[in-house]
Design a protein around this ligand. Structure first.
Ligand code: ATP
Length: 202
């Protein structure tokens, strides 16, 4: 799975529709201070399902929407789309009917975020698992932020193990196991409650 292209609309400083083509090999983004280089990487993480507005350098998630400038009014929505090459068919089964995937996250003021894959509404969880299975995602070690290397060097063994597991692409399995455990616990609680009710009736 390879990200070929990134499209932004109204995301942070990118008020105009903007596309970044990611060619084979190394891509460098250069520009003066404050031109939006970090915003591009944040757009990538955000479309993959980032839930922490602090890590997007905001005070709430709506801060990713273009806030206006001297010459332009603010916008009421922001959208980022990742164009992914899925020709090796590594996406989870529900998305694996196409060689190309378009993953879109959109946020509207006072309405929150919504996700689409190839135009179909999906849950945030589906997008998170899609990227976790591909050894990447908003929190994955595939995206190395400032200070991250130092953090890993001084991390506890368990945290380091998580980094290795993310890199091996098994984070999605952990998420699924966690969800299954929660469902199991809820079912056990229901069974217990049922037992109580049967006890009261007999
Ligand atoms: P540096 O080289 O200094 O790290 P950079 O190229 O990485 O800079 P960014 O930090 O990506 O730049 O972009 C900062 C710019 O984005 C600032 O000019 C800031 O005003 C603008 N910006 C951030 N959020 C918004 C927003 N919601 N609306 C409009 N502009 C925004």
């Amino acid at each position: 799975m390879k990200i070929n292209r990134l499209r932004l609309l109204g995301f942070k400083s990118f008020v105009e529709p903007t596309e970044l083509i990611i060619e084979k090999g190394l891509t460098g983004v250069v520009g003066p201070n404050g031109c939006g280089k970090s915003n591009l990487l944040e757009a990538l993480r955000w479309a993959m399902g980032e839930t922490s507005y602090k890590s997007m350098r905001g005070s709430n998630m709506e801060d990713v929407i273009f806030a206006g400038s001297q010459s332009r009014p603010q916008r009421n929505s922001a959208e980022v789309t990742l164009f992914i090459d899925n020709s090796n068919r590594t996406a989870p089964a529900e998305f694996n009917d196409s060689d190309d995937l378009e993953v879109t996250r959109r946020i509207e003021r006072e309405a929150g975020s919504a996700y689409r894959v190839n135009g179909r509404d999906v849950r945030a969880r589906d997008v998170r698992l899609l990227f976790e299975d591909a050894s990447t995602g908003a929190r994955s070690p595939a995206l190395v932020g400032q200070g991250r290397v130092g953090e890993i060097v001084s991390a506890q063994p368990q945290e380091r193990r998580r980094v290795l597991e993310d890199a091996a692409g098994i984070a999605g399995l952990h998420s699924r196991r966690h969800e299954a455990e929660l469902r199991l616990k809820a079912t056990e609680a229901n069974l217990e409650r049922l037992g109580d009710l049967i006890g009261q009736l007999t």
